[in-house]
Each structure stands twice: as C-alpha cells, then as structure tokens.
Design a protein around this ligand. Structure first.
Ligand code: SF4
Length: 745
C-alpha cells in the first residue's frame, strides 16, 4: 500500500509517498503531487523507516518513584493512575501554576489542542510552552507587532518568482534544503537576473551557493539592516505611495536610519560598506524580493527587533503581499506553525487568541464549556522560565512531550536542577531512554509519525493531513490520547471524551471560525481528497489562501502595518579576557534535533559521525591547535564542553561554531548547551543560542567510551531489504538532495 503524508522533520513539510507492508513503513519517497515540495525530499526523510524500528523505541510505560532507582516497566493503568493522582495533588495543594507542560513542534495539532485545553481551560494554568519557543517566537512577536497577526504572508511559489533572495540568519541549504533547492532553480532559470544574498557569521552551505555573502559579526544583523534601509532611502528605492497608504510609523524609522550610513553600519556589523551597498541595491532594485530567516535572527536577545527590521525593509519598498515578495520566516519544526495556531505557547489560546485578552478567554471558555474565571488571565511560564521556576520550587510538576530539553535547552545546568527539584516529572516520547527520561519518574511510550493520524501546518501556512499507516510499537499511544486520559483521570471527563483524532480536529476547527486563521472550511475528508491547504480557509471558500495582505490591508485595527525603530542593544554575552571567543551554534544537514531519530541511522551519521568545534586557522595557529585535537570551551559560571577541533576558514577569527545535536547519550565531551546562555529576547523570551562568550583551551580527550558509531545499543542497522546501503541510486529516488559537505571540507 502507498499512502500520502508529509515529512515529520522540518517546517518545509515535504509531501511523502510512503510504502507500507505488513504494518511497517518500508520505503519513503517524495510525493510529486504535493504542491509545496513537488516530489523533492532530503536524505532525512528517505531514512525514516529504520528510525521507526530503532532498538530504543519506547514500548511500554516505565516508572520509578525514586530517581536514584532504575526504571521498571508498568501498565498504562498504573502509570496514569500515579501521574493523574500526582498532578491532582500538586494542583490542589499548590495551585494550578505549580504544574507546567513543556511540549514540542513535533506534536500534531490535535495533540497540541488537547493539552492546551486541559491546562488552560480546565486546570487553569497557562504554563504550556513549546520547544518552538527556541525556534521562532521572535518572528511570531514581530509579525503580530508589525502586521497585526501571526503568520508568514508568503507562499513557497514565491521562491519560483523572486528576483532577489535575502537569506539572513538562515542556513536554508542545510536546514530547509528543499526550499533552498527551489531558490537555486530560480537562479538557474535567470542567472543574470536573480541575486542570492546570504548573511551569516559562518560561511555556510547557503553562503557558498549565494552571489553575495555578507559575513556579519555575531550580533551585527540589526546594524546591517539599518545600513541597508539607509541606502534604500538615500537612493530613492522606497515605495513612498505604499508607505503613505498602508503603514504607520515611517517617519520615526526613517529618522533613525538617517545616521546609519554604510560606513557607520560597517563599523558595527563588520561587513564592508560596499557590500552593504550592493545588498541594499539588489534588494531595492529587484522587482520581487523575498527575505527568508530563521534561528540566526530569532535565537538572539534582539530577535524581535531584527525580525521587525526585515519586515520593515519589505514595507518600506512595498514588497509584501505580492508574488515573489515578502518577509518569510522559516519554522524549524514540522508543526511549529500548527502550534502557533492552536495556542501552543504560554501567552496563546487556540485560533490566534491571547490569554490576556478577556474577550478571547470568554470565547474559549464558551467553546470549552468552562467558567471564564477558571482561565488564567496572565501569560504562563515560557520555556526557560518553566525550568527556572522548577529550580526555585515554584513549579512542582513538569510534563514533557516529544522533546528532549536536557539536550536542547540552553544553560543545561538549570534544566537539570529544575527537573531534579520537581516532585513529579513525566516524559512522553517515542524513544526510551533519552537524556530527559534519565531525569524523570515516569516515561510514557508515544506513537510517532506514521503511527497516529492528525494534522500539521508547514511554514507556508499549509495544513496537511497525516494518516496513521503503520503499527504502533508495544503499547505506545498517540499523544492526544495520553493527554485526554490524564484529563479524564484528573476529573475533567466532560471535556475529553474524544474517540478519534478527527473529533479533536473538529472541536478545534470550530473555534477558529471568525478568526484571522479561520479553517472552518477544512475537514479530514477535504484534506484527504484535496490535499494540503493554506489557511485561512473559511467555510464556503474554495481552496486556501496563498498570500496574505494582497490588498494592502493588514490585520491591525486600522488596517495599516506598523514600523518600529529599534535601538541596538548589546548582546547578553560579550567577549572578554576571561571568555574571548564568540560561540555560535547550529545544525548538521543530516541530523535532527537531539538525534533521537536520526542518530540511529548509519547512513546519516556518515556525513558527520561526531561533534566538532570549528575554529579559524589563524586562531588555531596562535593556539597551536591541529585538526581533531581535543579542545575545551568554557562559559564562566555555566559549564564546559570538550570537542575535537575542525580548523576551517569558514568561521572568522574570534568566532567558533559547533552543532548542538549530541547529548550525553551520544558524546562523552558533554552537551553543547552546557555553555550557551539562557538570556532571552525581552519581548519573545526566545533565548540567545547564537552567541555565547567562551574560553578556549587545549585539553585531553574526555576519556569516554566511544564515538557515536560505536554505540551499537543505539544504532539501528536498517534492514537491507528496505533501504539502500548509501545514498539511493538516482533512478531509484530521483529527487534526493545531495548531502552537504561538513564545514571543514
Ligand atoms: Fe523533511 Fe527534508 Fe523536506 Fe525538511 S526538507 S520536510 S527534513 S524532506
């Protein structure tokens, strides 16, 4: 049998054709009929089948009342009885805000909806935050502030139409490879007429394939954007009629940009003035300009300001709401967009509602049939705040779903302290053990991609239906069912008697009617028959909405977009004599998050079998460091990590880069986030994972057990009958993307 679904890895959401035999997914290919990806996929998707049968799939609940004791298998009944009684006691004794849920952009919308309904509607706490906080919270805040609502205004088709691409803080070639491939195709179609610009401190794969690479100093993006805006104004490249008709606040921003000559901007961002001129000119003179950004801007203490300035470039030039134009933030997680829509962050309610808006609370209270005063009017704890509160004893119960914060959050000492101090820690995940279940009382086996049905939204606002096509391992359950059972056992059975995921979706869909993301016209049946659809899609509409703001009317009360004139603030960490290097973090193209899925696939490990620390040859020569030598980086007061050196001119002098994927289960030198800072953007509360000041020294190896490829207990050997040994042959899977070379190659 062949089924259509979408990829569970990144926010591109590529369409997949999945072959199933004997209840198991045996093969994955690109779905050529999918409107977003048109048959293209990257290697991670192709190697999904072995990740489903990995030896460490969670098969049954595991419990230990004392975390110094080993886990023992238990039944669902015993596990949920203990968990619900514990949550009930903590909420009754300490109040609703003593409980917190830390969830994930890996969850499907139905999973998100049920846990939000339980926490925000019934328990009465808004302490529900997602690892999407680490991904795109800054972009969310900026869209709402500037355009009046959350949601990228663009569509993937704009990649086929743009004349100028500004990739800023986005290594799309590695992190959103199918979209980058589409941009390259556009370039190939008109080499002289299309310009690709990449802005990044590191010469990434994206930078290498771009026409103009701007090697920005870490933290210098806002100065660059001001410099570009200065040139656009100076050279008459703004669209004054659009600005006058559709925006508010231009005069203040124009005045703020007056002093940002390319020379002034260059002094702050480290990019030569002539390159700033070239970038601004390409952006402003192109008929259609598209900006794409992700963690490089979002994961900083000025992430909202930077996102606002990207949006401002488009508003100032009128390049928004038109084909090939717009500010397009790319989500990292497969359903980070769905999480935003369904209220998966601590300040949100479903349907783009806000917890601090009395009317929104009243609407959701009616929908959920709960007293309005049962719902908390204050935003809940965000990701870092949750673990701070736990470390201080204010949060006593933490329920983690589909994520691994003991590796992925910054300042991991805090995460560990928080989890260890909490009285009740439950982790539901498709894999066991993880670094986070190591700190839990109860680990629950969750069904994952292909084993549960539901919906997810891609970066272009396209909602897809994902069918359950394969058998669940052991007694694993869909996440929404686990949350619904918790609700029922806590005494809220009246709101959670769903029998199917479709009933959950229908409940959610109904509450979006009349909102800016109305999906009243969608149903499982329609998504199955018509395929993935872009919101809004109200009842009676045919098809979805490709672009927002096509009529120049924005989602603010007066219909006008807003300019802001942000001040440049210093980064949280600054290089000093004690910590003279700036560490920036990121991803490898063939790994995903904390490796719980991709870490088991030998073919994916080959491109980067172990973590590394990239440093410039000049720094290496000064310190006498040679390739693969062990180095220790230390962030004073936070922690230290040991990694092997990778000497490469791709990082500038004084800057270091390392991928974050490897946790304690995979690497003896320590997880990278031991040294990153928990400092966050004051508006979005997204932490600054892109810049940590660290000391660097040579050191002996950690003396540990192994390289990752030797961890046979965690490495799944893919069945040869279902997977090729290496990259599949071209005639077998013609749409496979080439693997990018490691940074030093
Ligand atoms: Fe999956 Fe790769 Fe497509 Fe992302 S680009 S959705 S990881 S196939």
């Amino acid at each position: 049998m062949v089924h259509k679904t979408v990829c569970p890895y990144c926010g591109v959401g590529c369409g997949l054709s999945v072959e199933v035999s004997g209840g198991h997914v045996t093969r994955v290919r690109g779905d050529e009929s999918h409107p977003g990806s048109r048959g293209m996929v990257c290697r991670k998707a192709v190697y999904l089948p072995p990740s489903l049968i990995a030896p460490d799939r969670a098969l049954r609940p595991q419990f230990r009342p004392d975390r110094s004791a080993p886990f023992r298998p238990t039944s669902w009944d015993a596990a949920m009885r203990w968990a619900a009684a514990g949550m009930r006691r903590i909420v009754d004794e300490h109040g609703p805000d003593a409980a917190a849920f830390y969830i994930s952009g890996q969850l499907l919308t139905e999973d998100y909806y049920v846990v939000n309904k339980l926490a925000k509607g019934f328990i009465g706490t808004n302490n529900v935050d997602s690892n999407s906080r680490l991904c795109m919270a800054s972009a969310v805040s900026a869209y709402k502030m500037a355009l009046g609502q959350d949601g990228p205004p663009c569509t993937y088709e704009d990649l086929d139409l743009a004349d100028c691409f500004l990739f800023i803080g986005s290594n799309a070639a590695d992190c959103h490879p199918v979209l980058f491939k589409r941009a390259l195709k556009r370039k190939e179609s008109d080499p002289a007429g299309v310009t690709l610009i990449a802005v990044d401190p590191r010469r990434t794969a994206t930078a290498k394939d771009s026409d103009l690479y701007l090697q920005v100093r870490p933290g210098g993006d806002l100065a660059l954007l001001y410099g570009m805006l200065h040139v656009l104004i100076r050279d008459g490249l703004t669209d004054d009629a659009f600005v006058a008709a559709h925006t508010v606040g231009w005069d203040a921003l124009r005045d703020a940009a007056r002093d940002w000559t390319p020379a002034v901007a260059a002094a702050q961002c480290g990019i030569p003035p002539e390159q700033i001129e070239r970038a601004a000119s390409a952006f402003g003179r192109a008929k259609r300009s598209l900006s794409l950004w992700s963690m490089g801007l979002n994961q900083t203490t000025s992430g909202v300001d930077k996102s606002l300035m990207v949006i401002a470039l488009h508003l100032a030039t009128g390049k928004i709401g038109k084909p090939g134009c717009g500010p397009f933030s790319l989500t990292g997680q497969p359903n980070a967009m769905g999480g935003r829509e369904v209220g998966g962050l601590a300040a949100l309610l479903p349907g783009h509602r806000a917890v601090d808006n009395p009317q929104h609370r009243a609407e959701m209270a009616r929908h959920w049939r709960v007293p309005a005063d049962q719902m908390c009017p204050r935003p809940g704890l965000t990701a870092i705040e949750t673990f701070e509160a736990a470390a201080e004893g204010r949060v006593k119960a933490i329920w983690v779903a589909a994520t691994n914060p003991a590796v992925s959050l910054p300042d991991l000492k805090l995460v560990r302290e928080g989890l260890l101090r909490a009285e009740l820690v439950v982790v539901q995940d498709a894999y066991f053990p993880t670094e986070t279940t190591d700190l839990a009382h109860l680990a629950l086996p969750a069904a994952q991609w292909s084993e549960k049905e539901g919906t997810a939204t891609t970066s272009e606002r396209r909602i897809a239906y994902l069918p359950a096509v394969g058998a669940r391992p052991g007694v694993a359950r869909p996440d929404w069912q686990i949350f619904a059972e918790l609700a029922n056992r806590m005494g809220y059975s009246e709101g959670f008697n769903y029998r199917t995921a479709q009933e959950v979706f229908d409940d959610y869909r109904a509450c979006t009617i009349g909102t800016d993301m109305d999906i009243g016209g969608l149903s499982y049946e329609r998504l199955r028959s018509e395929g993935p659809t872009q919101w809004p899609c109200p009842a009676g509409s045919s098809g979805g909405t490709a672009r927002l703001y096509t009529n120049g009317r924005f989602a603010t009360a007066d219909g006008r977009a807003r300019f802001f004139a942000p001040q440049i603030r210093p980064t949280a960490d600054r290089a000093s004599s004690a910590a003279p290097f700036s560490l920036t973090t990121g991803r490898e193209p063939d790994q995903w998050h904390t490796m719980t899925r991709t870490g088991k696939i030998l073919q994916l490990l080959r491109s980067c079998p172990e973590p590394y620390l990239a440093l410039n040859p000049t720094d290496a020569a000064r310190l006498g460091v040679v390739e693969r030598e062990w180095l220790e980086i230390e962030a004073p007061g936070r922690g230290a990590v040991r990694l092997r050196a990778r000497v490469t001119a791709d990082v500038p002098e004084g800057t270091l880069f390392a991928p974050f994927h490897w946790g304690a289960h995979w690497h003896d030198g320590g997880p990278l986030n031991a040294v990153t800072t928990r400092a966050w953007d004051p508006v979005s509360k997204q932490p600054e994972l892109k810049l940590a000041a660290v000391a660097l020294r040579k050191c002996p190896g950690p003396g540990g057990k192994r390289s990752i490829a030797q961890r046979s207990e965690h490495v799944a050997a893919p069945p040869p009958s279902t997977l090729p040994e290496d990259a599949p042959a071209a005639d077998d899977t013609p749409t496979i993307m080439p693997t990018r070379s490691p940074v030093h190659a």
